[in-house]
Design a protein around this ligand. Structure first.
Ligand code: ADP
Ligand code: ADP
Length: 229
């Protein structure tokens, strides 16, 4: 289980406008950290830098002490599994949609990932089971079920690091609680960073980093932050 660190990261999309002002933090191996903050604070920018859609103008992003700028795109994607807010599911079978997470995944691995995402039983209860279609022409999945397929797609890669990018923001509050429980379970044994705009969705993170205007305004455990509110 690797550590994940931002070391004095400076970044702006445009030369005259800095978005992250020397951001530093470290997620210890196996810990679950969360980043919250108002809209425009720079949360999505952190996710984009982690995935190397952009590179910082200064500073480094480190996985186990190694600068992600020098690792291959392939090993970076193997290291970091993303659960986004809205995953694009193909109009194909659930199995195909999960297997898409990793080339050459076997049916056994896909079923294992489905079980870990708590959608295995659901699949078994369907008439055609695993080969049931997801898209418009086939089965209609609920928002929560779609999110479980997305989680399984990430899990089939067995990534040591998880980036949960507003992973429950599109769900109603009951479904959100269900998915959060699954996310908590799959985060165990991995290093995870959860990005959210609501403090309530990340209540049991080991540490919460509050981002404001591209700087860490404060950090602490959920109960500490609530006391200061
Ligand atoms: P958050 O995810 O916390 O809402 P973002 O990281 O999306 O914040 O945005 C941080 C700042 O960067 C905002 O001021 C936003 O307008 C700006 N920004 C985001 N994406 C781009 C882009 N592609 N080009 C220029 N500015 C951007
Ligand atoms: P891969 O299949 O490349 O191993 P993923 O399945 O996590 O990785 O994501 C597939 C592609 O979708 C990524 O290469 C990336 O371009 C895009 N993507 C995934 N999650 C996000 C996200 N949270 N924000 C922006 N783009 C994303």
């Amino acid at each position: 289980r690797p550590t994940l660190a931002f070391d004095n990261v400076v970044f702006g999309y445009e030369p005259e406008r800095t978005i992250l002002h020397g951001l530093s933090f470290e997620v210890p191996a196996g810990a679950s950290y969360a980043i919250v903050g108002p809209s425009g604070a720079g949360k999505s920018t952190i996710a984009r830098l982690l995935y190397r859609f952009y590179d910082p103008q200064a500073g480094r992003i480190l996985i186990d002490g190694q600068d992600i700028a020098v690792v291959t795109q392939e090993s970076l994607r193997a290291a970091i599994g993303i659960v986004p807010q809205d995953s694009v599911l193909f109009n194909d079978t659930i199995g195909y949609n999960i297997g898409y997470g990793r080339d050459g995944a076997t049916r056994e691995e896909i079923e294992q990932a489905a079980r870990s995402a708590a959608i295995g039983g659901f699949i078994a209860s369907l008439p055609q089971g695993f080969d049931t279609e997801v898209g418009e022409r086939g089965l209609k999945l609920s928002g929560g079920e779609k999110q479980r397929v997305a989680i399984a797609r990430t899990l089939v890669k067995n990534p040591p690091i998880l980036l949960l990018d507003e992973a429950t923001s599109a769900l109603d509050s009951r479904t959100e609680q269900d998915i959060l429980a699954t996310l908590r379970r799959i985060s165990r044994g991995r290093t995870s960073l959860s990005i959210a705009h609501r403090l309530s969705t990340i209540a049991d993170a080991d540490r919460i980093l509050v981002l404001e205007n591209g700087r860490l305004a404060e950090q602490g455990h959920h109960t500490e932050l609530l006391r200061r509110d």
